[in-house]
Write a protein that binds this ligand. Sequence first.
Ligand SMILES: *Cc1c(COP(=O)(O)O)cnc(C)c1O
Length: 428
Amino acid sequence: MNKERFDSSQHYACELDQKDKLAPFRNEFYIKEGSIYLDGNSLGLLSKRAEKSLLEVLYSWREYGIDGWTEGKYPWFYLSEELGKLTAPLLGAATEEVIVTGSTTTNLHQMIATFYKPKGKRTKIMADELTFPSDIYALKSQLELKGYNPDEQLITVKSRDGRMIEEEDIITAMSEEVAFILLPSVLYRSGQVLNMKRLTEEAHKHRILIGFDLCHSIGALPHQLSEWGVDFAVWCSYKYLNSGPGSTAGLYVNKKHFKKTPGLAGWFSSHKEKQFDMEHTLIQAEDAGAYQIGTPHILSCAPLIGSLELLKEAGIERLRKKSLQLTNYMMNLIAHELKGMEFTIGNPTDEERRGGHLYLEHQEAARICKALKENNVIPDFRAPNGIRLAPAALYNTYEEVWKAVQTLKKIMTEEQYKKYPNTRGIIA
Ligand SMILES: *Cc1c(COP(=O)(O)O)cnc(C)c1O
């Protein structure tokens, strides 16, 4: 979209939709009539493809029983590897560096257990103070397992403004005492994209291992993990990968680490040809498969087959481009339509640093979100004062963005939000 040209009319939104080559992908999704879903960064919508592949795998159980492990269209024994292969292009990774397994948090535990090897003075772990709580819990508990006091061994890089983490500050904190760094690719609140290439280079200069939590970037923006030399990564598949609640997550291990013994081993860490020898000495897989633990959650892997196929057809570069256009358009509308209503744009505005969602701050955010839902616009609230709005490039339209901003304007002008208490629900 041409930045100079901005038009706040509905007609212009429709024009943008007509020109959008990705528009047909919307028909691949189940979209609730009359509802504008802007929460794809928390839980992506169900596509017909994901539904189909889920049912196919389910029926392979009905059809084959135990033989489903090796028979049928998607033999379960190789499904994690197959899905790794389909995920790799989204990461800029080699096929064998990616495996679909576990959850973000369990995969993170595996990565810490495998890669965090304190030695001499080098005992500390670095993260940031704005990161997702589960990541911090995992880091702290792993420190405790090693007999350390997390208050002493966990460094959390501070934010200057409560929204962003400056790369400079992360780099400054890299010292000879740091053994391991975990950072998000995109911050879950402000949507800030961290420069993974630069941070990886700097970490390696300081001889520190570095990995990223890609929950808010996978399926939203391209990565070049192998080219950047990232040591490891983890992610979930229910956000921009649209694979459903609790769908199987994934991990990336750079091939230079393939010989590393899994910190948390299980029989699915085995070399696939040796696994059923049932020996008590583990012969680990020679690829990222070594960092699996137990039997894969086959039914939770299944929707990924369909959803990754869709992402491949759409193309991650094209999706990123449209996503930037959608968020840019939305920011323009917000500036134009919500002037004087005390909203602050809390996400970075420049393209390199902006992820897939916007972060709108307002003192009354909790109840504004309730009013939005009441008006069939689905945002999500992040305490204390944030409204996350994620127009998903695969299924949202420019017109929906236009309508959502109009709805927000109406809620503010009519003070509709005052009907609700300014507190969050259980899930927000
Ligand atoms: C969504 C999210 C998680 C969720 O972890 P699960 O183990 O899938 O529950 C973790 N980290 C970040 C940054 C997230 O955005």
